[in-house]
Write a protein that binds this ligand. Structure first.
Ligand code: MEV
Length: 307
Protein backbone atom coordinates (compact mmCIF):
# COMPACT_ATOMS: atom_id res chain seq x y z
CA UNK A 1 0.00 0.00 0.00
CA UNK A 2 1.25 3.50 -0.82
CA UNK A 3 -0.11 6.92 0.15
CA UNK A 4 0.84 10.24 -1.46
CA UNK A 5 -0.49 13.75 -1.03
CA UNK A 6 -0.42 17.11 -2.79
CA UNK A 7 -1.36 20.64 -1.68
CA UNK A 8 -4.04 23.08 -2.82
CA UNK A 9 -3.06 26.11 -4.87
CA UNK A 10 -4.22 29.72 -5.25
CA UNK A 11 -3.44 31.90 -8.24
CA UNK A 12 -2.33 35.29 -6.90
CA UNK A 13 -2.07 36.93 -10.33
CA UNK A 14 -2.87 35.92 -13.90
CA UNK A 15 -5.64 33.29 -14.15
CA UNK A 16 -7.20 32.83 -17.58
CA UNK A 17 -4.12 34.34 -19.23
CA UNK A 18 -2.07 31.18 -18.60
CA UNK A 19 -4.08 29.41 -21.29
CA UNK A 20 -2.64 31.92 -23.78
CA UNK A 21 0.91 31.26 -22.55
CA UNK A 22 1.14 34.28 -20.23
CA UNK A 23 2.96 33.90 -16.89
CA UNK A 24 1.03 33.34 -13.64
CA UNK A 25 2.00 33.98 -10.02
CA UNK A 26 0.79 31.04 -7.97
CA UNK A 27 1.05 29.79 -4.40
CA UNK A 28 0.68 26.26 -3.01
CA UNK A 29 -1.48 26.25 0.15
CA UNK A 30 -1.18 24.02 3.19
CA UNK A 31 -4.37 22.01 2.65
CA UNK A 32 -3.84 18.62 1.03
CA UNK A 33 -5.48 15.84 -0.95
CA UNK A 34 -4.41 12.24 -0.17
CA UNK A 35 -4.50 9.12 -2.32
CA UNK A 36 -3.94 5.64 -0.87
CA UNK A 37 -3.50 2.81 -3.36
CA UNK A 38 -2.88 -0.93 -3.32
CA UNK A 39 -2.82 -3.46 -6.14
CA UNK A 40 -5.53 -6.02 -6.83
CA UNK A 41 -5.14 -9.27 -8.74
CA UNK A 42 -8.64 -9.28 -10.28
CA UNK A 43 -8.11 -6.27 -12.61
CA UNK A 44 -10.89 -4.25 -10.95
CA UNK A 45 -10.52 -0.64 -9.87
CA UNK A 46 -12.37 -0.11 -6.58
CA UNK A 47 -12.71 3.55 -5.67
CA UNK A 48 -13.65 5.23 -2.38
CA UNK A 49 -13.73 9.03 -2.10
CA UNK A 50 -15.92 10.07 0.84
CA UNK A 51 -15.11 13.79 0.49
CA UNK A 52 -16.39 13.66 -3.10
CA UNK A 53 -19.48 11.69 -2.05
CA UNK A 54 -18.27 8.42 -3.63
CA UNK A 55 -18.81 5.32 -1.51
CA UNK A 56 -16.60 2.27 -1.99
CA UNK A 57 -17.55 0.62 -5.31
CA UNK A 58 -16.08 -0.60 -8.61
CA UNK A 59 -15.26 2.47 -10.67
CA UNK A 60 -17.82 1.69 -13.41
CA UNK A 61 -20.62 1.79 -10.84
CA UNK A 62 -19.87 5.40 -9.86
CA UNK A 63 -22.02 7.64 -12.02
CA UNK A 64 -19.75 10.71 -11.88
CA UNK A 65 -16.39 12.05 -10.77
CA UNK A 66 -14.29 9.19 -12.11
CA UNK A 67 -12.73 10.54 -15.35
CA UNK A 68 -9.68 11.81 -13.50
CA UNK A 69 -9.13 8.49 -11.70
CA UNK A 70 -9.55 6.51 -14.94
CA UNK A 71 -7.00 8.75 -16.68
CA UNK A 72 -4.53 8.45 -13.79
CA UNK A 73 -4.81 4.63 -13.79
CA UNK A 74 -4.45 4.58 -17.58
CA UNK A 75 -1.28 6.70 -17.26
CA UNK A 76 0.44 3.90 -15.32
CA UNK A 77 -0.71 1.16 -17.73
CA UNK A 78 -4.01 0.18 -16.08
CA UNK A 79 -4.35 -2.88 -13.82
CA UNK A 80 -6.42 -3.64 -10.74
CA UNK A 81 -6.37 -1.18 -7.83
CA UNK A 82 -7.96 -0.29 -4.53
CA UNK A 83 -7.96 3.49 -4.41
CA UNK A 84 -9.02 5.73 -1.56
CA UNK A 85 -9.03 9.50 -2.05
CA UNK A 86 -9.41 11.97 0.83
CA UNK A 87 -9.21 15.70 0.50
CA UNK A 88 -9.16 18.78 2.73
CA UNK A 89 -9.50 20.98 -0.37
CA UNK A 90 -12.99 22.23 -1.31
CA UNK A 91 -13.99 21.15 -4.83
CA UNK A 92 -15.13 23.49 -7.66
CA UNK A 93 -13.67 26.42 -5.74
CA UNK A 94 -10.59 27.50 -7.72
CA UNK A 95 -8.13 25.93 -5.27
CA UNK A 96 -6.86 23.17 -7.55
CA UNK A 97 -8.54 20.20 -5.87
CA UNK A 98 -8.61 18.06 -9.04
CA UNK A 99 -4.93 18.72 -9.74
CA UNK A 100 -3.99 17.89 -6.14
CA UNK A 101 -5.97 14.63 -6.30
CA UNK A 102 -4.49 13.60 -9.64
CA UNK A 103 -0.91 14.49 -8.63
CA UNK A 104 -1.22 12.55 -5.34
CA UNK A 105 -2.86 9.60 -7.09
CA UNK A 106 -0.32 9.42 -9.90
CA UNK A 107 2.58 9.58 -7.45
CA UNK A 108 1.07 6.82 -5.28
CA UNK A 109 0.34 4.56 -8.30
CA UNK A 110 3.81 5.10 -9.74
CA UNK A 111 5.53 4.49 -6.42
CA UNK A 112 3.57 1.25 -5.95
CA UNK A 113 4.73 0.12 -9.42
CA UNK A 114 8.31 1.32 -8.81
CA UNK A 115 7.96 3.74 -11.76
CA UNK A 116 9.65 7.17 -11.96
CA UNK A 117 8.21 9.54 -9.33
CA UNK A 118 10.13 12.66 -10.42
CA UNK A 119 8.13 15.84 -9.79
CA UNK A 120 8.17 16.89 -13.46
CA UNK A 121 6.83 13.49 -14.58
CA UNK A 122 4.04 13.70 -11.97
CA UNK A 123 3.16 17.29 -13.00
CA UNK A 124 3.01 16.33 -16.69
CA UNK A 125 0.88 13.23 -16.11
CA UNK A 126 -1.43 15.22 -13.84
CA UNK A 127 -1.73 17.86 -16.59
CA UNK A 128 -3.15 15.12 -18.87
CA UNK A 129 -5.81 14.42 -16.21
CA UNK A 130 -6.64 18.14 -16.03
CA UNK A 131 -7.40 18.19 -19.75
CA UNK A 132 -10.00 15.49 -19.15
CA UNK A 133 -11.57 17.33 -16.20
CA UNK A 134 -11.48 20.94 -17.47
CA UNK A 135 -11.56 20.62 -21.31
CA UNK A 136 -8.22 22.37 -21.49
CA UNK A 137 -5.69 23.36 -18.88
CA UNK A 138 -2.70 25.67 -18.99
CA UNK A 139 -0.88 23.32 -16.62
CA UNK A 140 -0.67 25.90 -13.84
CA UNK A 141 -2.64 23.82 -11.34
CA UNK A 142 -0.77 20.50 -11.78
CA UNK A 143 2.62 22.23 -11.79
CA UNK A 144 1.84 24.45 -8.77
CA UNK A 145 0.60 21.53 -6.64
CA UNK A 146 3.41 19.23 -7.73
CA UNK A 147 6.26 21.67 -7.05
CA UNK A 148 4.75 23.56 -4.06
CA UNK A 149 5.94 26.95 -2.79
CA UNK A 150 5.46 30.33 -4.42
CA UNK A 151 6.28 30.37 -8.11
CA UNK A 152 5.84 31.85 -11.55
CA UNK A 153 4.40 29.32 -14.01
CA UNK A 154 4.46 29.77 -17.77
CA UNK A 155 3.67 27.31 -20.52
CA UNK A 156 4.96 24.11 -18.93
CA UNK A 157 7.85 25.75 -17.06
CA UNK A 158 8.00 26.76 -13.42
CA UNK A 159 10.33 29.13 -11.56
CA UNK A 160 10.41 28.89 -7.75
CA UNK A 161 10.45 32.27 -5.97
CA UNK A 162 12.35 32.49 -2.71
CA UNK A 163 10.19 34.64 -0.44
CA UNK A 164 10.75 35.64 3.18
CA UNK A 165 7.78 35.81 5.53
CA UNK A 166 5.14 35.14 2.92
CA UNK A 167 1.83 36.35 4.41
CA UNK A 168 -1.20 34.21 5.12
CA UNK A 169 -4.12 33.96 2.80
CA UNK A 170 -7.75 33.95 3.89
CA UNK A 171 -9.78 32.01 1.33
CA UNK A 172 -13.55 32.46 1.52
CA UNK A 173 -15.96 30.38 -0.55
CA UNK A 174 -18.76 32.66 -1.77
CA UNK A 175 -21.41 29.93 -1.83
CA UNK A 176 -21.54 29.41 -5.62
CA UNK A 177 -19.49 26.71 -7.35
CA UNK A 178 -17.13 27.55 -10.20
CA UNK A 179 -17.30 25.52 -13.41
CA UNK A 180 -13.85 25.84 -14.99
CA UNK A 181 -14.80 24.02 -18.20
CA UNK A 182 -17.71 26.32 -19.02
CA UNK A 183 -15.91 29.56 -18.05
CA UNK A 184 -12.72 28.75 -19.96
CA UNK A 185 -14.82 28.10 -23.10
CA UNK A 186 -16.72 31.38 -22.58
CA UNK A 187 -13.50 33.36 -22.20
CA UNK A 188 -12.18 31.85 -25.42
CA UNK A 189 -15.34 32.92 -27.27
CA UNK A 190 -14.92 36.43 -25.79
CA UNK A 191 -11.31 36.45 -27.11
CA UNK A 192 -12.55 35.54 -30.60
CA UNK A 193 -15.27 38.20 -30.48
CA UNK A 194 -13.07 41.04 -29.20
CA UNK A 195 -9.45 40.20 -30.03
CA UNK A 196 -8.06 43.69 -29.46
CA UNK A 197 -9.70 44.08 -26.08
CA UNK A 198 -8.48 40.63 -25.08
CA UNK A 199 -4.93 41.41 -26.20
CA UNK A 200 -4.99 44.43 -23.86
CA UNK A 201 -6.17 42.22 -21.01
CA UNK A 202 -3.30 39.79 -21.65
CA UNK A 203 -0.77 42.61 -21.77
CA UNK A 204 -2.03 44.19 -18.55
CA UNK A 205 -2.00 40.85 -16.69
CA UNK A 206 1.52 40.10 -17.98
CA UNK A 207 2.67 43.39 -16.46
CA UNK A 208 0.89 42.66 -13.18
CA UNK A 209 2.65 39.30 -12.91
CA UNK A 210 6.04 40.87 -13.68
CA UNK A 211 5.45 43.53 -10.98
CA UNK A 212 4.17 40.80 -8.68
CA UNK A 213 7.35 38.77 -9.11
CA UNK A 214 9.37 41.86 -8.13
CA UNK A 215 7.11 42.58 -5.14
CA UNK A 216 7.59 39.00 -3.88
CA UNK A 217 11.38 39.17 -4.27
CA UNK A 218 11.41 42.47 -2.34
CA UNK A 219 8.96 41.15 0.28
CA UNK A 220 6.69 44.09 -0.54
CA UNK A 221 3.40 42.39 0.33
CA UNK A 222 1.33 45.60 0.27
CA UNK A 223 2.44 46.14 -3.31
CA UNK A 224 1.46 42.55 -4.13
CA UNK A 225 -1.94 43.17 -2.51
CA UNK A 226 -2.48 46.24 -4.69
CA UNK A 227 -1.64 44.21 -7.80
CA UNK A 228 -4.16 41.56 -6.75
CA UNK A 229 -6.82 44.30 -6.49
CA UNK A 230 -5.94 45.48 -10.02
CA UNK A 231 -6.09 41.90 -11.29
CA UNK A 232 -9.58 41.45 -9.87
CA UNK A 233 -10.78 44.53 -11.74
CA UNK A 234 -9.26 43.19 -14.97
CA UNK A 235 -10.96 39.81 -14.44
CA UNK A 236 -14.26 41.60 -13.86
CA UNK A 237 -13.70 43.31 -17.20
CA UNK A 238 -13.64 39.98 -19.07
CA UNK A 239 -16.80 38.81 -17.30
CA UNK A 240 -15.50 36.10 -14.97
CA UNK A 241 -16.53 37.63 -11.67
CA UNK A 242 -20.02 37.74 -10.14
CA UNK A 243 -21.85 39.81 -7.54
CA UNK A 244 -21.04 37.40 -4.69
CA UNK A 245 -17.30 37.46 -5.47
CA UNK A 246 -17.27 41.26 -5.87
CA UNK A 247 -19.05 41.71 -2.52
CA UNK A 248 -16.53 39.46 -0.76
CA UNK A 249 -13.60 41.25 -2.41
CA UNK A 250 -14.90 44.65 -1.36
CA UNK A 251 -15.61 43.49 2.20
CA UNK A 252 -12.14 41.91 2.56
CA UNK A 253 -10.47 45.11 1.40
CA UNK A 254 -12.70 47.16 3.75
CA UNK A 255 -11.63 44.93 6.64
CA UNK A 256 -7.95 45.66 6.12
CA UNK A 257 -6.75 42.97 3.67
CA UNK A 258 -3.64 44.03 1.75
CA UNK A 259 -5.42 42.88 -1.40
CA UNK A 260 -8.28 40.60 -2.45
CA UNK A 261 -9.45 38.97 -5.65
CA UNK A 262 -11.23 35.98 -7.11
CA UNK A 263 -8.93 33.04 -7.75
CA UNK A 264 -9.15 30.31 -10.38
CA UNK A 265 -11.76 30.33 -13.12
CA UNK A 266 -14.25 32.58 -11.25
CA UNK A 267 -18.04 33.19 -11.40
CA UNK A 268 -18.11 31.47 -8.04
CA UNK A 269 -15.67 29.59 -5.83
CA UNK A 270 -13.23 31.38 -3.64
CA UNK A 271 -12.01 34.89 -2.95
CA UNK A 272 -8.46 35.09 -1.61
CA UNK A 273 -7.38 37.93 0.63
CA UNK A 274 -3.76 38.63 1.47
CA UNK A 275 -3.66 39.41 5.20
CA UNK A 276 -1.23 40.32 7.96
CA UNK A 277 -1.53 39.38 11.63
CA UNK A 278 -3.68 42.47 12.30
CA UNK A 279 -6.15 42.20 9.44
CA UNK A 280 -6.46 38.41 9.56
CA UNK A 281 -9.20 38.26 12.22
CA UNK A 282 -11.16 41.18 10.83
CA UNK A 283 -11.24 39.71 7.33
CA UNK A 284 -12.10 36.27 8.70
CA UNK A 285 -14.94 37.66 10.85
CA UNK A 286 -16.41 39.90 8.13
CA UNK A 287 -16.44 37.23 5.42
CA UNK A 288 -17.83 34.53 7.69
CA UNK A 289 -20.64 36.91 8.80
CA UNK A 290 -21.45 37.29 5.09
CA UNK A 291 -21.87 33.51 4.90
CA UNK A 292 -18.42 32.68 3.54
CA UNK A 293 -16.87 29.28 4.29
CA UNK A 294 -13.45 30.37 5.50
CA UNK A 295 -10.09 28.70 5.24
CA UNK A 296 -6.89 30.31 6.49
CA UNK A 297 -3.81 29.02 4.78
CA UNK A 298 -0.05 29.47 4.68
CA UNK A 299 2.16 28.75 1.72
CA UNK A 300 3.00 25.04 1.46
CA UNK A 301 6.67 24.74 0.64
CA UNK A 302 6.19 21.05 -0.09
CA UNK A 303 4.47 19.92 -3.26
CA UNK A 304 3.47 16.37 -4.05
CA UNK A 305 5.03 13.84 -1.65
CA UNK A 306 4.89 10.27 -0.46
CA UNK A 307 3.40 9.93 3.02
C1 MEV B 1 -6.72 27.62 -13.32
O1 MEV B 1 -6.89 27.44 -11.92
C2 MEV B 1 -7.57 28.67 -13.84
C3 MEV B 1 -7.55 28.96 -15.32
O2 MEV B 1 -6.54 29.93 -15.58
C4 MEV B 1 -7.39 27.75 -16.23
C5 MEV B 1 -5.97 27.31 -16.48
O3 MEV B 1 -5.04 28.13 -16.45
O4 MEV B 1 -5.79 26.12 -16.74
C6 MEV B 1 -8.90 29.58 -15.61
Amino acid sequence: MTTASAPAKAILLGEHTALYKNPVLVMALDRRAYAEVSRRDDGQVILTAPDLGLEKAPIERHRRGTALVRKAVESVGGGGWDIEVRSDIPIASGLGSSAAISAALIMALRAELRQDTGVKEIAEASWECEHVVHSKSSGVDPFAVSYGGLSVYQDGGIEALDADDCPKVVAAHCGKDSDTWEIVEDVDRERERKPERFAKFLKLCGMLVEDGRRAVMEGDWRKLGGLMNDNHEALKGIGVSCRELDDFVEAARGSGAMGAKLTGAGRGGVVIALVDEYSKWNVHKTLSKMGGKIMEADVSEEGVRLE
